[in-house]
Design a protein. Sequence first.
Length: 392
Amino acid sequence: MLDSFYQTHKYLVEHINAPVRRKLMDEINWSDRIIAIKGSRGVGKTTFLLQYAKERYGQARTCLYINFNNLYFTDHSFLDFVDEFVKEGGRILLLDQMFKYPNWSKELRECYLLYPSLHIVFSASPVMRLTDENPDLNGIVKMYNLRGFSFREYLNLQAGTSFPEYTLDQIIFNHQDITRTICEKVHPLWYFQDYLNHGYYPFYLENRHFTESLLKTINMMLEVDILMIRMIDVSYLNKIKQLLHIILSNAPCSLNISALSEHIDMSRATTMNYIKYLKDARLLNLLYLEDKRWPAKPNKVYIQNTNIACANNERKLTGQVLAETFFYNALHGNHKINATERNAMFVVDRKHYFDVFDKQPMRPPIRLTAVGGTEQTNNANLIPLWLFGFLY
């Protein structure tokens, strides 16, 4: 029974194309017995699993990658499969699309209890609230987030460099020395606009039309990550698409929930839920004041990343929209970013107040300012925007 799965595993590992080694690979505690890798569709979760298999196990039969799109599991028990795998010496399973398997969380827990030598790593949609909605996983699963390429990862790949990441404090207090070191080797702005357009999703490396691929990915987010996982009737898909289209055409912006509800002919509560689902699927980012959070209405809504923003060919994006969108996306993964009632665009970690501009302001800034269109600055408060792409 296992031979066909091993043949597929062998082929995929041999042909894996992973030119960027993701930082997350070294952040995970691989000794944990059940690990979830969450990430939006298109950021490379499958590649990440296969890269781990190749790096740690090669072709050893102790490791096996399985995709639950395989029809085998429509008529066979996962537990029976695991039992045979362990009896043949298997030690680690890498599972893709497992949420499509009935009672998947229950059987994962049974595996945890029955096979103490077994380690399982599975991919998960960001829409899934794993422990909240699957109590079987409480106390046994460790969760990690895989994001799209940072500008640093993109630059290293495109320019053949090997720059490290920097902390936010390093960027704030030492950006002049850091940018000088980087710019001695490469011109970041030669690559930055291309990154904003197509560098966040690793599939830009594939030989296919990037925007068409991204639009297909967005539709999969809507149809699978929202409709299927949240169990929404397919008849509401067009309303969710309408809502997304309106927001993509205007973000960053505040939300008029009454007007949005009227436009898509849904209640305010349902409209707010759909906005939350779009955020969970990592199509949008919601910006709140420091002491506010869902289900309150956000101060502003942002497109999740600049690649999605650029995919809307009906809209001519300004440099300012791209600058704010990039800044939010670069920081929100590892930092708390909020709106503020003070005279600043953002507050980060409740202490750093930032403005963001696509070009240098006419007057020297009085607070920290991320500025586009420049590689280096002579002002301690002016930080080149691209450098925030070095946070991971």
